[in-house]
Unconditional design. Sequence first.
Length: 114
Amino acid sequence: MNNKKVEQKNCMINGLRQGYWEDYWPNGQLWSKGHYHNDKRHGSWEFYYDNGQLSCKGHYRNRRPHGLWESYYSNGQLECKGHCHYGQKQGLWKYYSKDGELKLQKFYCEATHE
């Protein structure tokens, strides 16, 4: 029996990443999954801690975060959520403590670069 761990599930066309991709941590846990279009992240993506818990999820448009994004602590508790516009935080973002208490609300203008 082969005990080699899967490192990636992917598709390359003409040297460019295309379609659905999965990457794995060295321990075999899923690290990320989502789609590429012409070598750029596009559409829904999810990223995971090496313990299998969801780290963050959101959407990409032309390789940049665009739309709703949510990040999580390694215990599974929501850390923050808000919208991005072509890679920039935009509008109201909410930040939470590890025990789920709302600790900060911050409003970002489109021109904000953090």
